[in-house]
Design a protein. Structure first.
Length: 298
């Protein structure tokens, strides 16, 4: 491997856009007892998130034209098909090909039973999900090599009714992740692990955490990674987890559609510039309600 991995690449990370459509409130959903209990809490979200802010976040993607866009889940508010399709349409309007965008599911995208959800999410986002040839069929984690970037996209989404928002990777996915992180084809690339739930201790609570976070951290400690990117908490977080040689950088991104004050709830995204295994720079961009645009936050 040479020039391909040595060139510079830009990665944008967004999450938790929580698209809402009144059409989501079809009788089918209202009759779902699993959803009914948490419906009020779910609908409150529509006032905290704005599709216009999501479009402003995607405008940053249009302006910077990154090598890759990573979306770490909670695409929807109610896990409805119309919400998923609305986001896909917004992605289709970007000057990026599906090969340059990876979309992962979050707990909000998994309110309906796993089989139905699995088919729906994978059908709608199929172009944004495939692993590269040689890394197996569509099975989590996805492995996508893009210049110096090795995107390892995990699914932590597990069907659970609100107010539960727990996630899990499962032993099979963890085993595949460990094998991929140690794969020689990734040797000189920046290994970016994307997942919805935060894997670090002390950030989530019993009702919204990653149940096998400890097992995930053990995989990281054995194999290492250059970046772990997550969403779910709707706030900016920066920390490290132990790796085999050096600490692994972990970043939590705020919601890309956050439209309400206080300021830490306003739309947020990350821009990383990467060469080989090195993260050259990291920027936070935050939504400014005055201009209706995202600006780099200093
Ligand atoms: Fe969320
Ligand atoms: Fe979430």
């Amino acid at each position: 491997m040479g020039p391909e991995t040595d060139r510079e690449a830009t990665l944008i990370h967004i999450s938790d856009v929580h698209i809402f459509s009144a059409r989501s409130l079809r009788l089918r959903f209202l009759l779902d007892k699993r959803l009914l209990g948490g419906l009020n809490a779910l609908l409150r979200r529509r006032y905290m998130h704005s599709f216009d802010v999501t479009l402003a976040a995607l405008d940053v993607v249009r302006r910077l034209r990154p090598d890759h866009l990573l979306v770490t889940g909670d695409i929807t508010t109610l896990g409805a098909e119309v919400e998923l399709r609305r986001f896909r349409s917004a992605l289709e309007a970007l000057p990026l090909s599906p090969e340059e965008i990876t979309v992962l599911p979050g707990n909000h995208d998994a309110y309906v039973p796993a089989v139905i959800w699995g088919r729906l999410f994978e059908r709608i986002f199929a172009p944004y999900l495939g692993s590269d040839p040689g890394f197996g069929p569509v099975e989590w984690p996805l492995v996508r090599l893009r210049g110096p970037l090795a995107i390892l996209g995990c699914s932590t989404a597990r069907p659970c009714p609100p107010p539960l928002a727990v996630g899990a990777l499962g032993p099979a996915q963890l085993a595949r992740l460990e094998a991929a992180l140690g794969d020689p084809r990734l040797e000189r690339r920046c290994r970016v692990v994307g997942l919805h739930h935060p894997p670090q201790p002390g950030t989530a609570r019993w009702h919204n955490g990653l149940s096998d976070a400890r097992a995930f951290r053990r995989v990281l400690a054995r194999q290492g990674a250059e970046l772990v990117l997550h969403g779910h908490l709707h706030r900016r977080l920066a920390t490290t987890l132990p790796g085999p040689i050096s600490p692994v950088e972990v970043r939590g991104v705020g919601s890309a559609s956050g439209s309400s004050l206080p300021s830490h709830r306003l739309g947020h995204l990350y821009v990383f510039r990467i060469r080989g295994r090195e993260v050259l720079s990291e920027e936070s961009w935050v939504y400014d309600p005055g201009s209706g645009e995202f600006h780099e936050s200093r």
